[in-house]
Design a protein around this ligand. Sequence first.
Ligand code: ATP
Length: 593
Amino acid sequence: MGDKNGKIQLILRFSKGTRGCFIIILLASLASTLLNSLIPRIFGFTIDRVLVEDGIPYLKEHIWLISLEVIGIALVNGIMIYLYRSQTAKAGETFAKNMRDILFAHVQRLPMKWHDGVQTGDIIQRCTADVETIRNFVVTQVLEVFRTVFLLVVSLAMMLTMNMKLTVVALAFTPVVVLYSGIFYHLIAKNYTAADEAEGDLSTVVQENATGVRVVRAFGRERFEIDQFDEKNEIFARLWIRLGTLSGLYWAVGDLITGLQVLVIVTLGAIEAVHGSITAGEFIAFASYNTTLVWPVRSLGRILSEMSKTGVSFDRVNYILDSAEEEMGEGGVIPEHTEIAFDHVSFGYEENQSVLEDVSFHIKEGTTCGILGGTGSGKTTIVHLLDRLYELEKGTVQIGGVDIRDIPRSWIRSHVGMVLQEPFLFSRTIRDNIAAANPDATMNEIREAARIACVDDAIMAFPDGYDTIVGERGVTLSGGQRQRVAIARMLIAKAPIMIFDDSLSAVDADTDVRIRRALRSKMKEATVILISHRITTLMEANQILVLNHGVIEECGTHQQLIRHGGIYQKIYEIQLNQDDRRLLSEGGDSDAE
Ligand SMILES: Nc1ncnc2c1ncn2[C@@H]1O[C@H](COP(=O)(O)OP(=O)(O)OP(=O)(O)O)[C@@H](O)[C@H]1O
């Protein structure tokens, strides 16, 4: 169940803004309990002192006074219940909102390595279902604890004033209920963990299928995916049925024990009344208080079983909050220029994995460096390290002569602009997607960026133009259009370091040339890394690195590499077909050589 202090601190964090509500709820609950506890006493008093032959004459004549008293109590009680319910709703929703806000903000700041290790469905499960379990417990069960304690104390006090012996008998059942509740507490916790995790697995399958629906259709994998879902669904249902059965058993045993207790008290109470140790009115009031006593004991069991679920959910939420956020490193050293240097860098995402091996290169400020390499050769990894998405293990990476570990991450993120091979666009308008990198950008700037990315015409051809919603709720953009919108998004950030990670792979060779031409002036102002499988994309670069299985095999300008006669030259020969010859003659009026 982890560290109790930690949990209390978490509850305090989540309950910000709800403390006033909780105080009102507690007071209303206390008042309501006290008022309710008066009723059996009034009934007992009426039976013993009013309805009997020698009853109080005044009250006999004015019996409505007793009714008035009961109505008054009911009225005030109603107000208290209203306060209790309305404040509970307010506290509950505020509590859950705080929890979701804190979790979402934290997930945003967790390092890439953390995201690599968890499934999306599991994060969703922790941020929704687990939050709901905790909310439910805190606003209903925790308050129930107070109500239960109030009821127990008040009922016991009333019972003790009437008959000590019967009270002791009534209390004798309590340890039994507490003991069996404790046993169920552990059983339910164990089963709830499995059921909750199964729900996370199920969410992952649904989420992956919703995202990858095209792949599923394209490969005719519907049957396989349905079977896969059925299997997870079956496990999920089985675990929840088991949990339900366990709860059913728990309630049945609980009812049996409490039923027995009531039976014993009514029998013994009746015997006492017959012997005259208590009056008839007291017997009725006592039996009534006993029922009220039984209820808190029963509810104590329920609280324990809910607590076991909440403990599991708390640990699952805490797992996210306990994970260290990315250190933004404010107050570090700010580089004065954007020369990039990798010095003897070796890296693997996992232990004993070697993705980059002793990689060293320099990119002068304002120049373009092309990277060519086969699939999985480590090109994107170089970008990840430069953007400090992963921590370096061996060697150094510098920007402007400063080790990137000394540069604030926020500076790096706002000065390194990136376009990925499969860019992600939000389900918002195209305008919002482009402006995501600079919310203050004017419409003119947005259109200018889109023009350079050669996507303005395509956007204007949509009926809603820049207000066209992208993705699930709107227009589906082609792969090439998405890449070009992402290029526009990067341009709007005006980052002095620009990275194009195979970001023209989905556009045809002609458009590739057009975009590169349009980008030329922007690229001259920046330090650029251009990653591509296509030599025509890279050939204008000031230097080109050829990466093979994480090692830099060749380095030089296009002409130097051709002359060198290595891998680059071979790839060049393979790629150089008729079309490319034409493009080379059009686009190859290079600045580099
Ligand atoms: N998050 C990760 N965790 C573990 N291994 C990873 C991770 N990302 C990449 N890898 C592995 O690192 C190696 C290099 O990947 P990288 O993405 O850098 O290659 P790439 O040259 O960009 O490939 P491509 O051209 O196909 O995009 C691959 O073997 C890949 O499986």
